[in-house]
Design a protein around this ligand. Sequence first.
Ligand SMILES: [Zn+2]
Length: 180
Amino acid sequence: MVRTSKKARKTRVNKDFYTELKKSVTCTAIDTLSKTLSIETYVEQDSIEKSEIMIDAIFVELNKTKKFIIEFSSILGIELANLKLLCYYAKCDKCTASADKYVILSCKRCNSSSNVDSYFSDVKSKLQYSDVWINFLIRIGRLCKLYPKFKYVTLPLNQIQKQISKLPMLVENDIEFWRT
Ligand SMILES: [Zn+2]
């Protein structure tokens, strides 16, 4: 009797998902006229007030569109990450020295010392997103910024969310595809 080990099955699931993800990329001509936001030109806001206004605006655009779901969700993620960073009034030594804002965002010490969670609960209740979903948006925002082709992925967001922890690694191992 041949039995597939749990690990082998998991690897297969990852591989199948990744194949589907790549197949879903559709680099069709982009209808820029109907597009209000673009990942390439998006600039993060420089104050908490402006960031909150922008998050509302992106959220409205996101709910209007059926076409640019990944791209608009990524831009929302980028601005949510930015807002979170703007909320830090104290940074630990490690984060002060780090240039990677995604490292800072996941620092437990800074999160608790700046009381970011309680601040963020306002945004969360307004958007009605869970922590998990906000973190997911932040992560695809990062992927989209680093690997521009990612915005052409057309798999449903919830399907991508289930695999998000492995996704950066899978994409990084396949840079040729995602950067060209
Ligand atoms: Zn820190």
